[in-house]
Write a new protein. Sequence first.
Length: 260
Amino acid sequence: MASSAVLSASSVPSRPPPLPPPVFDSLVHYAVFSNSTGKMEEGDLREVAGVLRLRGPCHLLVFGLGHETPLWSALNHGGRTVFVDENEYYVARVEGRNPGLEAYDVAYTTKVREMPDLLAAARRQRRGDCRPVQNLLFSDCRLAINDLPNQLYDVAWDVILVDGPKGFSATEPGRMSAIFTAAVMARSGGPGHVDVLVHDYDRKVEKLCSAEFLCLENLVVATRSLAHFRISGGPADEFCANQTDTASLSLPAGGEAAAS
């Protein structure tokens, strides 16, 4: 006799349905044609939305809070969307204005002006603390973000968007740690692939760190200021098949890394 503990097919939780296409398209339309300052360019916004259309509902991790925060959460309706930002007061304010939003603050220890030294240290420690597959919670790599809530390191992320922290000047945190952490999370989450998108790709730090850790051979498409990489999970000794890809992008020390 079959055990009564066996679940029927109807009792197994099913994946939530995605947003109906007309609703999805309407949200994107109004975001594109809003008059808000500081919003993404249309091409960038549509590229991110296109990835979410294909992958959603999914596990979405976003570095940075901004104009599009409610949009990303809405487009991933039925999935889990988590935001990370360096400003704890802004996190609290955005959560207050958007009930149900999941956001956390993180203390970045880097500065844009330190990027050449940080990159050199990561290259020296490629087989050690800064390896491409590891548990970031216990990492001593200077580029690793390891003060997020512990449970976030166990999530198999489907899409990661790097749109923060700030990196316009030499004294701001820059996105070196966010890009490195996204690259490791994408490779350490198991089989399959993770779509990683980097905004402000026209800036040197974003372009250099993306080439170093996300790798040009994984580049799917790039607009003027957004790059879309597709990263496969699994064991890896190096981030890139051709680790010399970034040689021509080396930056001088002294704070020039933020310039476009």
